[in-house]
Design a protein around this ligand. Structure first.
Ligand code: NAD
Length: 471
């Protein structure tokens, strides 16, 4: 493995990328990655990397994001390790060809679905969960027997630095290349032909990636963002809902792809909900939230400025918080009630600890509100009624749903995770991840004996009659 820094000269960079990718392709063609033992050894290496460097990675994430150590552990380290251990325990089974039953017309023959690695995969990662969003797809890519080019985020340089320096020591260096750099590096990589691209990031860049992939007809998994709504029904337990929304909105300072983006609630329960969320933040972080070690920071000045503009553009109605300090990259947990629906805070993904609360007449209007907008990555509903749960599940479309909590549907290692439409395409985690990096090859094998010329010309009347009967 070599890590490649972006160069000033495009052609020098292109040449270096081509050399690295040729090296990976040679490894793939050698067949070494097809062995299940090899794949398990790579997964083991990734687990060891996460375990050996737990503290360094948590410190790096704290430096990049002001991330409280326990949030670094739960969201990035422990989920990556448990996902990898699950993959390791299942990969032998998932990689096996699966026999398929055949209809009479296809017999005599045997058929199977044979998972095969796609080949050379490119993984492009964002900064908000800079360990997990590299490791989790990498585990799936190796489990499926691929060689991999990885482009971590430049926006989380401390964490990316640890990954670039240390991770390659834990895996077969013939099968991995890490490319360190910014959008220019991604752009240069995307000119090349890959067998698969796994991109996690914004919807805007997702479009760029998909356009580049279309040039080579490369299959893509796009794990994108967007606005994930919360519906709070009148029969919800407001204090529980408030705790869980307050937590989901301030974990990693709201910089989570599936963070609750805004809340839909009736006027009847709205003020109670606002008070309860504000109260929950007080309990979590104390009276001086800025001084709490348990509340993270915004990743950089650009995103801080973007968030303060969203708050200012929301035209007043601030019911809680609203404080910010660019030098400390601090934005307080903030509630904004009924901002104009065409203001940026209601049209753009917020990606910070700012929570608009929108008043609706009832759950049915909330469902219409969701359906009038791009399909979200996550949807949350708080209710004690199974009819309301069914209505939301059956009448809306989203990448995933979590009922009566937030964020937690990301955690189970075998629950497929991904978006739909503008929030993404494709799935990973567990078997879904293995499948995403595999070509599910359909194979039919006929015996040589028993040649039957029924299907061949000349199509006599007798043959046609027989074909119509049999098929
Ligand atoms: P981003 O799209 O700006 O960047 C993601 C990656 O793409 C980075 O590695 C970056 O270097 C690269 N990139 C940036 N500009 C590029 C360009 N013009 N061409 C090619 N590559 C380019 O996203 P981000 O700011 O790093 O992350 C935040 C976004 O990611 C949010 O929208 C969030 O919702 C989304 N996200 C989604 C998931 C998910 O699982 N669906 C997880 C985390 C984050």
């Amino acid at each position: 493995m070599t890590s490649t820094h972006v160069e000033s000269s495009n052609s020098v960079l292109d040449d270096r990328i081509e050399d690295e990718l040729a090296r990976l392709r040679t490894t793939f063609r050698s067949g070494v990655t097809r062995s299940i033992d090899w794949r398990i050894a790579q997964i083991d290496g990734l687990i060891r990397f996460a375990k050996d460097h737990t503290n360094t990675l948590i410190e790096a994430m704290a430096a990049d994001l002001g991330r409280p150590p326990i949030e670094g552990w739960t969201a990035d380290i422990s989920t990556s390790i448990s996902g990898a251990e699950h993959m390791k325990s299942k990969v032998r089974k998932w990689a096996k060809p699966r026999r398929k039953k055949l209809p009479l017309v296809s017999q005599p023959a045997s058929a199977k679905v044979m998972p095969e690695p796609l080949g050379l995969s490119l993984i492009i990662a964002p900064w908000n969960y800079p360990v997990n969003l590299v490791l989790e797809p990498l585990v799936a890519a190796f489990a499926a027997g691929n060689v991999v080019a990885v482009k971590p985020s430049e926006v989380s340089p401390h964490t990316t630095g640890v990954i670039v320096r240390e991770l390659p020591k834990y895996v077969d260096d013939r099968a991995l290349a890490i490319f360190e750099g910014d959008a220019a590096m991604s752009t240069a990589l995307l000119k090349q032909r890959f067998d698969h691209i796994f991109f996690t990031g914004s919807t805007h860049v997702g479009r760029i990636v998909m356009r580049a992939a279309a040039e080579h007809l490369t299959p893509v998994v796009l794990e994108l963002g967007g606005k994930s709504p919360v519906i709070v029904a009148n029969d919800a337990d407001i204090s529980v809902a408030a705790n869980r929304i307050a937590w989901g909105k301030t974990f990693n300072a709201g910089q989570t792809c599936i963070a609750p983006d805004y809340v839909l609630v009736t006027e009847e329960r709205r003020d109670e909900l606002i008070d309860a969320i504000t109260n929950a933040w007080g309990v979590f972080f104390g009276e001086k939230i800025v001084a709490s070690p348990d509340f993270g920071r915004i990743v950089n000045r650009h995103h801080h400025q973007r968030l303060t503009e969203l708050i200012n553009g929301a035209q007043g109605n601030v019911a809680a918080g609203g404080d910010h300090d660019i030098d400390d990259l601090y934005v307080s947990p903030t509630i904004i009630v009924d901002p104009p629906l065409d203001s940026p805070i209601m049209t753009d993904e917020i990606f910070g600890p700012v929570l608009p609360i929108i008043t609706v007449a009832n759950v049915s209007e909330a469902i219409d509100f969701v359906n009038d907008r791009p399909k979200p990555l996550a949807l949350y509903v708080f209710t004690s009624s199974s009819d309301t749960i069914d209505a939301v599940l059956n009448q809306t479309s989203s990448g995933g749903v979590c009922v009566n909590h937030t964020l937690l549907h990301f955690v189970p290692p075998d629950l497929p995770f991904g978006g739909v439409g503008p929030s993404g395409m494709g799935r990973y985690h567990g078997k879904a991840g293995f499948d995403a990096f595999s070509n599910m090859k359909g194979v039919l094998a006929k015996p040589v004996r028993g040649e039957n010329n029924l299907a061949y010309p000349p199509y006599t009347d007798a043959k046609q009659k027989l074909i119509r009967t049999v098929t």
